[in-house]
Design a protein around this ligand. Structure first.
Ligand code: ADP
Ligand code: F6P
Length: 322
């Protein structure tokens, strides 16, 4: 009997640790007696036939690298049902019975569509934002937070030297987790996230004024991308309080760099579990972290979940950053 084949792809925004997940899929697959193909540039690789059979050494020296050796893409074409059928047909023509999709919840919708077209797919959460409701943790989050932490620490040095207010925008379109964690870790005077409606006077100005009264002369305000307007906020603070203010948008620096230990380990665990599921003939599932443990859920169930923002942690931040 010929050996069963599976494939692995990375999709959506890249995240540090995706390479560690690819490595885990390839090595676990080969170890479990499967052929493993790498698919290039997300779902586009299945539409263009851009795949390569991997061996144990194809994924050597990548565990510490940022980005993704398989490249990534946002494939508009793959959203069309006829493209999904074509991708499934391509998989069948190569004997590929299952695909591990490493990406965010958009990529999981693609995985569900491909499963419905007859190819078992397993999702692995890979995105710096930590914005996937079904999982407490997404691969890339720890590295991105630590990069943001280092950047804000540097900004604090210069803000302090000039008695300035520095506003720093961190990534997270719909999710304030990077902002919240970084804000706490850098002692930000205010933290603005998309999940909590803010009032500029109460949540920024009053907080600055209160700390000024106790002798503070420099201020860090961390703002999530989903809130935006950091430049306008800086101007407003200058005019309103007469403090010099500067805005910095950290941007894609947060997406790169060598993954932290946590991202490498979680990616390895999740990649392994995804292959185990495929090996058992399962599909339409997402590997997740729940209560600190790696487990898996049905994709439909996973996609229906609503993300819960950690209000308790937000309260901690608001209480001690004074
Ligand atoms: P992320 O996976 O990071 O959330 P996107 O939302 O950009 O990123 O999705 C990545 C890719 O997943 C898309 O470019 C597309 O190829 C595929 N995808 C997203 N939504 C769907 C959908 N509803 N049906 C099929 N494929 C989808
Ligand atoms: O989802 C990850 C993320 O980095 C978001 O934080 C950000 O909004 C988005 O991707 C940026 O995407 P890009 O610049 O790749 O289009």
């Amino acid at each position: 009997m010929s050996q069963k084949s599976i494939a692995v792809l990375t999709s959506g925004g890249d995240a540090p640790g995706m390479n560690a997940a690819v490595r885990a899929v390839v090595r676990s697959g080969i170890n479990m007696g499967l052929n493993v193909y790498g698919v290039y540039r997300g779902y586009n690789g299945l539409l263009n036939g851009d795949i390569k059979e991997m061996n144990l050494r194809s994924v050597s020296e990548i565990i510490g690298n940022g980005g993704t050796m398989l490249y990534t893409a946002r494939s508009e074409e793959f959203k069309k049902p006829e493209a999904q059928q074509r991708a499934a047909e391509f998989c069948r023509s190569k004997g590929i019975e299952g695909v591990v999709v490493i990406g965010g919840d958009g990529s999981f919708k693609g995985a569900r569509a491909l499963t419905n077209a007859g190819i078992n797919c397993i999702g692995v959460p890979g995105t710096i934002d930590n914005d996937i409701a079904c999982s407490e943790y997404t691969v890339g989050f720890d590295t991105a937070m630590n990069t943001a932490l280092q950047m804000v620490d540097r900004i604090r040095d210069t803000a302090q030297s000039h008695d300035r207010c520095s506003l720093v925008e961190v990534m997270g379109r719909r999710c304030g987790d990077i902002a919240l964690q970084t804000g706490i870790a850098t002692g930000a005077t205010a933290i603005l996230v998309p999940e909590v409606e803010y009032n500029i006077e109460r949540d920024v100005i009053a907080r600055i004024v209160n700390t000024q009264k106790t002798g503070k002369k420099h201020f860090i305000i961390v703002v999530a991308e989903g809130v935006g307007r950091v430049r306008d906020l800086a101007k407003y603070i200058e005019q309103r309080l007469g403090i010099e203010a500067r805005a910095t948008i950290l941007g894609h620096v947060q997406r790169g760099g060598s993954p932290t230990l946590r991202d490498r380990v979680v990616a390895s665990q999740m990649g392994y579990r995804a292959v185990k599921l495929l090996k058992e003939g399962m599909g339409n599932r997402v590997v997740v972290m729940r209560d600190g443990k790696i487990t898996d859920l049905d994709i439909n169930e996973a996609l229906e979940m609503e993300r819960v923002f950690d209000m308790e942690l937000y309260k901690v931040a608001m209480t001690i950053s004074i």
